[in-house]
Design a protein around this ligand. Structure first.
Ligand code: GDP
Ligand code: MG
Length: 179
């Protein structure tokens, strides 16, 4: 079966681990555990009737952003960049991460999650700050790992972005190609 690596990226405590837990196990835990190193979770999705195993790499975030480890990124088909809607400085980290990805990759399949939408009374990110990241609106999701809001849709969207396109030749023999 086809499997695709997806990297969770973003500053410390934005909710990367919580989002993966919500998506894969439908659970949320208020208790805070720092992810040490890298954790890998899997979920099977179906895109155009084709099963794809998503291999979700949950990478440790750091407060003061240092360089991304190339071995974490190697072989990744897509990226889920997460910011915390209540902490504008996490947008800064996202900007730095985007800069590093641009240097390393010629094709980027990336979505942006603005997480903790259940805390909208403390929301501190505005549209003009977001637009600086140059991410298409359709690739931006306002999520809550706590309530599960838009989590399923966000992961489904990245899966669709990285799924191979199924093409049909004139003689109707089906073939797939990686886009
Ligand atoms: P990570 O460092 O990016 O992996 O962040 P975690 O997933 O460990 O989450 C950091 C803290 O934020 C934890 O205390 C979580 O319970 C909390 N958290 C994560 N997502 C949400 C969310 O959507 N809403 C709320 N209210 N808290 C969240
Ligand atoms: Mg974590």
């Amino acid at each position: 079966m086809l499997s695709k690596k997806i990297c969770m990226l973003g500053a410390f405590a934005v909710g990367k681990t919580s989002l993966v837990k919500q998506y894969v196990h439908s659970i949320f835990n208020e208790k805070y555990h720092t992810t040490i190193g890298v954790k890998i979770d899997k979920r099977l999705v179906s895109i155009n009737d084709q099963p794809i195993q998503l291999i979700l790499w949950d990478i440790e975030g750091v407060d003061i952003f240092t360089e991304l480890n190339p071995s974490y990124l190697r072989g990744a088909s897509g990226y889920i960049l997460v910011i915390d809607g209540t902490r504008p400085q996490t947008l800064e980290t996202a900007r730095e991460i985007m800069g590093q990805l641009q240097l390393n990759l010629n094709e980027r399949k990336l979505i942006l999650l603005i997480n903790k939408s259940d805390l909208k009374n403390k929301w501190l990110i505005n549209d003009s700050q977001l637009s600086e990241l140059m991410i298409k609106e359709e690739d931006i999701f306002i999520t809550s790992a706590k309530t599960g809001q838009r989590v399923e849709q966000a992961f489904q969207h990245i899966a669709e972005l990285i799924a191979p396109i199924t093409c049909y030749q004139a003689d109707q023999h089906e073939y797939t190609s990686n886009r």
